[in-house]
Design a protein around this ligand. Structure first.
Ligand SMILES: *[C@@H]1O[C@H](CO)[C@@H](O)[C@H](O)[C@H]1NC(C)=O
Ligand SMILES: *[C@@H]1O[C@H](CO)[C@@H](O)[C@H](O)[C@H]1NC(C)=O
Ligand SMILES: *[C@@H]1O[C@H](CO)[C@@H](O)[C@H](O)[C@H]1NC(C)=O
Ligand SMILES: *[C@@H]1O[C@H](CO)[C@@H](O)[C@H](O)[C@H]1NC(C)=O
Ligand SMILES: *[C@@H]1O[C@H](CO)[C@@H](O)[C@H](O)[C@H]1NC(C)=O
Ligand SMILES: *[C@@H]1O[C@H](CO)[C@@H](O)[C@H](O)[C@H]1NC(C)=O
Length: 468
């Protein structure tokens, strides 16, 4: 009897252990969630944001003229982090201890409101993170619609500093909540395929750059909230970016995604993104000659990383899916063979990164089209997710032509002598041009790298290794 019980117990253990192992949760070393200007902690989707005024709390706030502001009439339906703000009347900074060097996600939340004769809509300010200008001349909008800004920044120092610098004429800056989280090691790939008019090739060194996440879209599926994302991201439906045309359809899978070593890990993209897609499908003997197209407004003058997520949840069998990938009108891949890239596994998540220089007339276009190897009676094009990230300019800014140094000098009221800045600017521009020449090889034969042949996607330890 005891023996039977033991066996039963062991069986129970093993059966419950399998899903726990393969659904292992990402646990970041640095993980700060701050509810700014609040006196109590608040909980959003099971995540606890601590007050920035409790002395025991970890970020160190240096704010000579700051106070907390509460919204006496909190907006209905908005999480509690938006009903308070910390307001700064002079340059101020939060310092976060960094224990895990590498890329960190910095996410700032802004929701304007008015309270005790102060309207946050008046605020205008710059925000710096360790020498980067992440926001410049920023101000909130009056709508009940929080503005959330997200950056992925490589931190090689022991502290991460977020500095708020009010613009002179407003003398007011604010923030409602801050998240600083160490990113999964495989989140930012080091190389991407560079597409441009003059030359295409491979660009590397990307993992140590700063990125602003502009768009994160779940193609063909619903909104994915931080609650359902392994790295607490939000993925929006693609409808407003998709140029709807007849001939494509949405597909959805309820099966398990087969994450493989070297492909996308669950932290790169969650099941909820890979289990939906839009496809081009031929139902008869002729392959439709068509593209699915998505467009995203962007600002010219910056480089962008475009990450496309693929997972073949639509084909009945492997080896029949071939399609073309276009980014900004460039043929990014012709006859892309997803089956071969994923070691002949269906439902296996995969992604590719491209770098492009700006948009075309302020718009970045992504196309998936049938190719001349597409097979009749099969899926002839597929896409599951899109991410668009902006790289900082040569001044270290994501938002205009001021460097962090200029922002800080300007606010101390120094007389601005332009000559040294022009010299520095020329230097930086020429150095960055040289760097770019160096990084961009002329290798035209850059191809998607296949996953290493190990059938070990069930093995927890094999997840999250990126061989791109
Ligand atoms: C999480 O995803 C499931 C479906 O996968 C959905 O039913 C649920 O509403 C989602 N939860 C949140 C908080 O988004
Ligand atoms: C194949 O199907 C498409 C759309 O379903 C249709 O427009 C086309 O005429 C068909 N072609 C043939 C050869 O039947
Ligand atoms: C698909 O898009 C590419 C790039 O914009 C274009 O060159 C090609 O002609 C398009 N194909 C079709 C069938 O519209
Ligand atoms: C189709 O295949 C041929 C032969 O590989 C190639 O020359 C042609 O450029 C391909 N692409 C298109 C869009 O026709
Ligand atoms: C981005 O900013 C960093 C830090 O200022 C700088 O080292 C890097 O060269 C910039 N990137 C580009 C593409 O100019
Ligand atoms: C910020 O706005 C001021 C005027 O409001 C303008 O002179 C300045 O160039 C702007 N700075 C940036 C970086 O856009």
């Amino acid at each position: 009897m005891e023996f039977l019980k033991l066996i039963l117990f062991a069986l129970l253990l093993s059966s419950s252990a399998v899903p726990i192992l393969s659904y292992s949760h990402f646990s970041p070393v640095d993980h700060y969630l701050v509810d700014c200007g609040s006196t109590l902690k608040s909980t959003v989707d099971h995540r606890i944001f601590l007050s920035d005024s409790s002395p025991s709390n970890s970020p160190f706030l240096t704010a000579p003229h700051s106070f907390s502001l509460r919204n006496e009439h909190p907006f209905e339906g908005l999480p509690p982090i938006y009903s308070s703000a910390r307001v700064f009347e002079a340059p101020s900074k939060y310092e976060f201890q960094i224990r895990d060097k590498g890329t960190h996600m910095v996410r700032l939340h802004f929701q304007t409101f008015s309270s005790s004769n102060l309207d946050l809509i008046r605020a205008q300010f710059h925000v710096l993170v360790n020498g980067y200008v992440i926001l410049s001349n920023f101000s909130g909008v009056s709508a009940v619609n929080p503005r959330i800004k997200e950056f992925l920044i490589w931190i090689g120092t022991e502290t991460l500093e977020i500095t708020f610098v009010p613009v002179k004429k407003s003398n007011l800056a604010f923030v409602n909540a801050i998240e600083v989280i160490s990113a999964p090691k495989d989140l930012v790939a080091d190389t991407a395929k560079y597409l441009s008019y003059e030359h295409s090739g491979v660009v590397d060194g990307l993992s140590k750059q700063g990125l602003e996440v502009l768009y994160r879209v779940n193609v063909g599926g619903p909104k994915v909230t931080p609650f359902n994302d392994s790295f607490w991201r939000t993925w929006l439906p693609d409808d407003e970016h998709f140029e709807s045309i007849w001939g494509s359809k949405k597909v959805y899978s309820t099966g398990r995604m087969k994450y493989q070593a070297g492909g996308a890990s669950r932290e790169v993209g969650p099941d909820n993104v890979y289990n939906s897609a839009r496809v081009i499908q031929s139902t008869n003997s002729s392959v439709p000659n068509m593209n699915m197209t998505w467009t995203f407004p962007v600002i010219d003058g910056y480089n962008y990383i475009v990450r496309l997520h693929f997972c073949d949840i639509a084909s009945i069998s492997i080896g029949f899916l071939f399609f073309n990938i276009y980014v900004n009108g460039y043929m990014a891949y012709e006859n892309f063979d997803l089956s071969s890239a994923t070691n002949w596994e269906l439902s296996s998540p995969f992604y590719v990164d491209f770098m492009v220089n700006g948009g075309q007339g302020g718009v970045l276009r992504i196309g998936i089209g049938s190719s001349n190897q597409s097979v009749p009676y099969a899926v002839d094009g597929l896409l599951n997710g899109i991410e668009i990230m902006k790289l900082n300019n040569s001044l270290g800014s994501f938002d205009g032509s001021l460097s962090a140094e200029m922002v800080l000098k300007g606010c101390r009221g120094y007389t601005v002598n332009l000559v040294p800045y022009v010299v520095i600017l020329c230097l930086i521009v020429s150095v960055s041009l040289m760097l770019r020449r160096k990084v961009i090889g002329r290798d035209e034969s850059f191809s998607w790298s296949k996953l290493p042949v190990v059938d070990s996607w069930r093995d927890k330890s094999s997840m999250g290794v990126d061989n791109h």
